[in-house]
Design a protein. Structure first.
Length: 171
């Protein structure tokens, strides 16, 4: 997917999906899990690349916060996973590494970065590792859905449009 117009259009579509489906959530501990966010992270990482995937995650988090459907923990929770998924996929072209990048980036790194936000800004009392389980549950579900979607798309005409096979310099 070389065209910037194409990339911006697909990125806007991903932001819309992430915002519109933000009602799909469930509580785990002190956190709400949004698996659609993580599905979008993996899809955008594979289709658009690391920079766009981080921008998509940021825009979804920002709009959800402004509309009252998200929390400040969404920023580190989504953006780190999107970046790691994007960079690992860009470097290797392996879906499994995009999946692992999202799961580890969000479930561990994003959770640890969200801790100070939760504790000092939002005033939530919790253990330092308290967000790892809820963030991991959320990202696992969404990442699995994304992989299923990508594997399904590879069998359709959208594969050529989205350039899912991609070349290293096209993303």
């Amino acid at each position: 997917m070389k065209s910037n117009t194409k990339k911006l259009t697909v990125a806007a579509l991903f932001v819309a999906i992430g915002v519109v489906f933000s009602f799909v959530n469930f509580p785990v501990g002190l956190s709400k899990c949004y698996p659609i966010q993580h599905m979008v992270n993996v899809l955008s990482a594979v289709i658009l690349g690391p920079i766009y995937s981080v921008l998509v995650a940021f825009c979804i988090s920002l709009i959800r916060n402004l509309s009252g459907t998200g929390s400040l923990m969404a920023f580190p929770g989504s953006m780190v996973g999107a970046f790691l998924a994007g960079i690992l996929y860009y470097k290797t072209r392996k879906l499994s590494l995009a999946f692992l990048g999202e799961v580890f980036g969000t479930g561990v790194i994003g959770a640890l970065l969200a801790y100070p936000v939760a504790k000092f800004i939002l005033g939530k009392e919790m253990a330092f590792f308290g967000l790892i389980i809820p963030f991991s549950v959320s990202t696992l579900g969404g990442s699995i859905i994304a992989i299923i979607i990508i594997l399904s798309l590879k069998k359709t005409a959208l594969n050529d449009y989205l350039n899912l096979e991609g070349n290293k310099h096209g993303n």
